[in-house]
Write a protein that binds this ligand. Structure first.
Ligand SMILES: *Cc1c(COP(=O)(O)O)cnc(C)c1O
Length: 461
């Protein structure tokens, strides 16, 4: 299995190389050269298996010879051992044809743990075998950073630096990043928004001298291994609702397009997914693009669903690559156009997008109203991101069962939840002392040279 860049100018890599590299050297994102498929029988045989066993069968064809079956099974077992629900990703019913996939039972209470815990184990296995050390730099709108720190803290072969937008993450998200005491963890509060964090991260990757000097590795949602880990719960949930004998649709609270792109991969592998519904908050660039074909940046407006406050949706490039028949030149041109603020999706590509994806947008008021309505209707306390999914899903309900992804635990966003419905969601007992631990954080300017100097200085040698 080889991985190729969406911009067509970087060398093809193995799974392990693509995982350790993150962003391709031509600025593109790695995707598998072809998508392995699972037959009707292969999918039917997943029924009744454990999450870990499904994970093994779904991901195995993508990893090539990076690990033996035994090694890979052990990696998966370690990755999900810290989850606090036996099903890992349980489904609960909201309405006759509407289900909620709870993805918040991992160590940092957001779906990011599914990918990050796995990637931590994959990095550890790969680096210790090769006797190598890497510097991980990540950008976060809140949940990726805490999940990365939780997954990599204390590991001997990595330093981890996390850039988050100063003042724009929730108290709990910040504390999850700033309270781990491990020496290899560095939380950096950047003066700017999430798109600035993401842009500086890309700059570091495109500065090859720096990239090679520190052994830069990326674990943002552009990392293929993260997308892959997320493919698994589309299978586990669809199968428990009757796939492959019945079709299922999904609604995904979307920011960087990583989670929903994993659903797209599941569909390409043969899982009978009818529609993948993109749910956005007021930062609705993806919804506007689906409606008009014009991908036009506007400023990020901070919302009560901060993990979706994004205007440049990195993983969307992977979808475009397919919609343009895997023409790296065409994708490069779109990304070049975006530097001046926008690009237009061709009519053909837009039609293809609409065959698979639908979309909707949810305002701040609607998010609050949905949280309130659901606590009254079903007793389910939704986090603001999940509420956006539920609201948009309700606009797309039909004969096919709908699964909405609940991307975070409500206790990660207590202010928004209690404003909406008067209930103050409690943190699970294992995290109850978060507010009393001391914090370690460095405030940094939105400046590439200053950031690179800091990474050089802080990383262990
Ligand atoms: C990251 C995140 C999202 C958005 O997921 P993408 O893969 O970036 O589209 C939604 N909700 C929560 C809680 C998140 O942490």
């Amino acid at each position: 299995m080889q991985y190729i860049s969406t911009r067509g100018q970087a060398p093809a890599l193995s799974f392990e190389e693509a995982m350790l590299t993150g962003l391709a050297r031509d600025g593109g994102l790695y995707v598998p050269s072809e998508i392995p498929t699972m037959s009707h029988g292969d999918i039917a045989a997943l029924a009744g298996l454990s999450y870990e066993e499904i994970a093994f069968r779904v991901m195995r064809p993508f990893i090539g010879d990076a690990f033996t079956d035994d090694e890979f099974q052990e990696i998966i077992a370690k990755a999900y051992a810290g989850f606090r629900h036996d099903a890992r990703a349980p489904l609960v019913q909201l309405a006759p044809n509407h289900f909620l996939l709870e993805l918040f039972h991992g160590p940092t209470l957001a779906f990011k743990d599914f990918a990050m815990q796995l990637i931590g184990q994959l990095f550890q296995a790969s680096l210790s075998r090769a006797g190598k050390r890497v510097t991980i730099v990540g950008a976060t709108s809140g949940d990726t950073g805490s999940a990365a720190i939780e997954a990599f803290k204390g590991l001997s072969n990595v330093d981890v630096f996390i850039l988050f937008p100063h003042g724009r993450v929730s108290d709990i998200q910040r504390r999850q990043m700033t309270t781990p005491a491990d020496d290899n963890v560095h939380a950096l509060a950047l003066d700017g928004d999430f798109d600035d964090c993401q842009a500086r991260l890309k700059d570091m990757f495109n500065h090859f001298e720096f990239r090679d000097a520190v052994g830069l590795a990326g674990v943002n949602s552009i990392n293929w291994a993260r997308v892959l880990a997320q493919v698994v719960y589309f299978f586990s949930s669809a199968v428990s609702l009757g796939a492959p004998h019945r079709k299922v649709s999904f609604t995904v609270p979307t920011g960087n397009f990583g989670d929903i792109f994993a659903g797209y991969i599941a569909r390409k592998m043969g899982l009978p997914i009818e529609k993948l519904v993109i749910a956005t908050n007021q930062n609705d660039i993806l919804h506007r693009t689906m409606e008009t074909g014009s991908y036009t940046k506007s400023g990020v407006v901070p919302s009560i669903s901060p993990s979706m406050d994004i205007q440049v949706s990195s993983n969307f490039e992977r979808a475009l690559f397919d919609m343009y028949d895997r023409d790296g030149g065409a994708v490069s041109q779109l990304m070049e156009d975006l530097k001046s603020g926008s690009f237009n999706v061709s009519q053909g590509a837009l039609e293809r997008l609409r065959e698979t994806f639908a979309s909707g947008r949810c305002s701040e008021g609607e998010t609050m109203a949905t949280i309130k309505a659901h606590i009254e209707k079903s007793g389910e306390v939704l986090c603001p991101h999940s509420a956006i999914g539920v609201k948009v899903a309700e606009e797309h309900l039909g004969a096919t069962p709908m699964v909405t992804l609940a991307t975070a635990h409500p206790a990660k966003f207590p202010a928004a939840v209690s404003d909406a419905c008067g209930v103050n969601p409690a943190l699970p007992p294992h995290m109850a002392d978060l507010g009393s631990k001391s914090e370690r954080v460095t405030q940094v300017p939105n400046d590439l040279a200053a950031l690179e100097a800091l990474v050089h200085e802080r990383r262990a040698r």
